[in-house]
Design a protein around this ligand. Structure first.
Ligand code: AMP
Length: 396
C-alpha cells in the first residue's frame, strides 16, 4: 500500500477528502477550527512536493440540494488563514465550470470544492458521481477519519477509480496506527476505561475489548447496571433493566477470560440530577433510595488510578461521571490526570469516541496523552472491531 510519505506528488493533482465539517456560529464564523488545523500536514506535504491540492468535504446535513447556511464558502477565509495560503473556491463540486477550474489548477495551488452533500449522490455512494469526482485528481488521499465509517462517494466509492494511486493522509494514518497500538500490537498491561451513560451503546465495544485487554474499568452511568446485576442497591441511579442479563454475561466473560473488571467501589451521589443538588459519598452497592450516582468516589479514583498508572497501554472511552456539571467532574478529571501521568511514564494512551474527548479538552489535557481521536462515530465503530468502508477502500 502506498503511504503519503513515500509518494511524490510533484506535478500531480491530489484529490483530498478532508473533514471540514466544522461548527459555525450565527454569523457563519468557524467556532472550532480543530478539523481544519488537523488537515494541514497532508496539504503541506502535497504542496511541498510540487503538487496541486483539491479539497473536498461535507458541511452539516443539507437535505435538499444547496443551502446557503451549509456552504463551504463560509470557511474559505479560515482555511486560508490556517494554511497561510490562498484558497480558490469552486462554488459547485460538479459542473463544467468546476471541471475547468480543476483543469487550470497549477502546482502549488489549493482549490476547495463546494459542499459535496449538496448532491444526494454523495451520501448514496453514487458510482457516476464518484467517477466524476475522480476525474479531478491524479491521486486520491483520504484524510477524513470522521466519515470513514460511511460508504459515501467521496469517502469510499471514489477510491476504486485510483487502483494504484490511493492512500491515507497523515490524520487517518495516525488514527489507524493508534487503534492498532491499542488493540493489536499493544504493550501489556492493557487497560480500557469505558464510561458514559448507557451500557446499551457500549456493549459491542466491551465485548470486543474483553478479547484484548487485561483490565476493564467501567464507570459513569453504565456502571450502575453492572452493580445492580451483582445484587447491589443503586437508589435512583441510571439503570437499564433490559441489560441486567447482558451485564451479568459480561461479568462472567471477563472472569472466564481473566480480565480484571473494575467497578467503582464508591460513588458521589445526589438527590437530584442537578449541579446544585445535595450530595454525599457512599458505597456504590448501597445507594440510599432517592439518591443517584453522579460521579465516582475517592476510593474508586484511587483504585482506578492505580490500575491506570500500572498500565502500558490505555484506551479511554466515555466519562466516569456527569463531567458537564462542575460538582460532578472530579472523577473524570482524576482519571484524565492518571492517564496523563501514565503517558509521562511511557504508556501509550488513546482517548477516543464520544464524550471522553470533550472531557479531555475541557480539562486542557489533550496535548498530554498520546492520541485524541478526531472521529466520534468512526472511532466507536473501529473499537467495536468493525471494518470501516473508508479505510477498507484505500487498503484493498
Ligand atoms: P456517552 O455518550 O455514552 O459516552 O455518554 C456520555 C454521557 O454520560 C455524558 O453526558 C455524561 O454526563 C453521562 N454520564 C456519565 N456518568 C453518568 C452518571 N453517573 N449518571 C448519568 N449520566 C452520566
Amino acid at each position: 500500500m502506498k503511504t503519503i510519505d513515500n509518494y511524490n506528488f510533484s506535478g500531480k493533482k491530489a484529490l483530498i477528502r478532508v473533514d471540514f465539517n466544522v461548527p459555525l456560529d450565527a454569523d457563519f464564523k468557524v467556532t472550532d477550527d480543530t478539523r481544519i488545523v488537523a488537515a494541514v500536514p497532508t496539504i503541506k506535504k502535497v504542496l511541498k512536493d510540487g503538487g496541486a491540492v483539491i479539497l473536498m468535504s461535507h458541511l452539516g446535513r443539507p437535505k435538499n440540494g444547496s443551502e446557503e447556511k451549509f456552504s463551504l464558502k463560509h470557511i474559505v477565509k479560515k482555511v486560508a488563514e490556517i494554511t497561510n495560503h490562498k484558497i480558490l473556491f469552486a462554488p459547485d463540486c460538479m459542473g463544467e465550470k468546476t471541471a475547468k477550474m480543476v483543469a487550470n489548477l497549477k502546482a502549488g495551488e489549493i482549490l476547495l470544492l463546494e459542499n459535496l452533500r449538496f448532491y444526494n449522490q454523495e451520501t448514496k455512494g453514487d458510482l457516476s458521481f464518484s467517477e466524476k469526482l475522480s476525474t479531478y485528481g491524479d491521486v486520491y488521499v483520504n484524510d477524513a477519519f470522521g466519515t470513514a465509517h460511511r460508504a459515501h462517494a467521496s469517502t469510499t466509492i471514489v477510491a476504486q477509480f485510483f487502483p494504484n494511486d490511493k492512500m491515507f493522509g497523515y490524520l487517518i494514518e495516525k488514527e489507524i496506527k493508534s487503534v492498532a497500538k491499542v488493540l493489536n500490537d499493544s504493550k501489556k498491561p492493557v487497560t480500557a476505561i469505558v464510561g458514559g451513560a448507557k451500557v446499551s451503546s457500549k456493549i459491542i465495544i466491551i465485548e470486543n475489548l474483553l478479547n484484548k485487554v487485561d483490565n476493564l474499568i467501567i464507570g459513569g452511568g453504565m456502571a450502575y447496571t453492572f452493580i445492580k446485576a451483582q445484587g447491589g442497591k443503586i437508589g435512583s441511579s441510571l439503570v437499564e433493566n433490559d441489560f441486567i442479563e447482558t451485564a451479568k454475561e459480561i461479568l462472567a466473560k471477563a472472569k472466564a477470560k481473566n480480565v480484571a473488571l473494575l467497578l467503582p467501589q464508591d460513588s458521589v451521589v445526589a438527590n437530584d440530577f442537578n449541579n446544585d443538588a445535595e450530595q454525599q459519598v457512599c458505597a456504590t452497592n448501597s445507594i440510599p433510595d432517592g439518591w443517584m450516582g453522579m460521579d465516582i468516589g475517592e476510593k474508586a479514583i484511587q483504585d482506578f488510578s492505580k490500575c491506570i498508572l500500572n498500565s502500558k497501554t490505555i484506551l479511554w472511552n466515555g466519562p466516569v461521571g456527569v463531567f458537564e456539571m462542575k460538582n460532578f467532574e472530579n472523577g473524570t478529571l482524576k482519571i484524565a490526570e492518571a492517564i496523563v501521568a501514565a503517558t509521562k511514564k511511557g504508556a501509550f494512551s488513546l482517548v477516543g469516541g464520544g464524550d471522553s474527548v470533550a472531557a479531555i479538552n475541557k480539562f486542557n489535557l489533550a496535548e498530554q496523552v498520546s492520541h485524541v481521536s478526531t472521529g466520534g462515530g468512526a472511532m466507536l465503530e473501529y473499537l467495536e472491531g468493525k471494518e470501516l468502508p473508508g479505510i477498507m477502500a484505500v487498503m484493498n
